[in-house]
Design a protein. Structure first.
Length: 183
């Protein structure tokens, strides 16, 4: 599947380059990973996500430890218990394992609380970035803007087409000593 995506991406680039030469379209690229790394809001959101993740992981680890303690206790007392008592304890341990797995899935599974919280915190920052890219594209009269940090592989990029600094400037994060010159 990855080869199909890569081939499709290459085909799109070839078609865009052909269209570029025919109609003199202007294109550029930005590095969204770099830009996001410069945004304090993104760093704060990631920090909060990391704290939540570590808290949930610790909580789940504690649940695992409790179950393991129950298993150790059962093994130690097993010779003293009737079959019915052992069966009841094993059922309880299995029930607790299932609870932990369900809870872990609720937190870290697809569409889990971790995913939803990350989306809640990161999406506004990404929207801010994409609005800045949109403004820069319009200001620079770009028809196409690539993201060099994405899956689209660029073998060579001429820095003259790099509009990352323009987007940083639009977000108010540009280097004050850096002067962008229009080529």
């Amino acid at each position: 599947m990855k080869n199909v995506v890569s081939f499709g991406s290459i085909l799109v680039i070839i078609l865009l380059l052909q269209a570029n030469s025919l109609s003199a379209q202007k294109f550029g690229y930005v590095d969204t990973n770099y830009i996001l790394g410069q945004m304090p809001e993104y760093k704060e959101a990631n920090s909060e996500i990391d704290k939540l993740s570590k808290s949930w992981e610790a909580e789940i680890q504690e649940m695992y430890k409790e179950i393991q303690t129950l298993e150790v206790e059962l093994k130690a007392e097993e010779v003293l218990l009737t079959k019915e008592m052992k069966d009841d304890r094993y059922k309880e341990i299995d029930r607790k394992w299932n609870e932990v797995k369900e809870y872990q899935n609720k937190i870290f599974g697809f569409e889990g609380l971790f995913f939803l919280k990350k989306k809640e915190l990161i999406k506004p920052v990404q929207d801010q970035l994409f609005d800045a890219v949109d403004k820069v594209a319009k200001q620079q009269r770009l028809q196409i803007v690539f993201d060099k940090s994405g899956d689209l592989v660029m073998i060579y990029t001429d820095p003259v087409h790099d509009y990352t600094d323009y987007v940083l400037e639009e977000l108010g994060l540009g280097d004050k000593n850096d002067v962008i010159s229009n080529n």
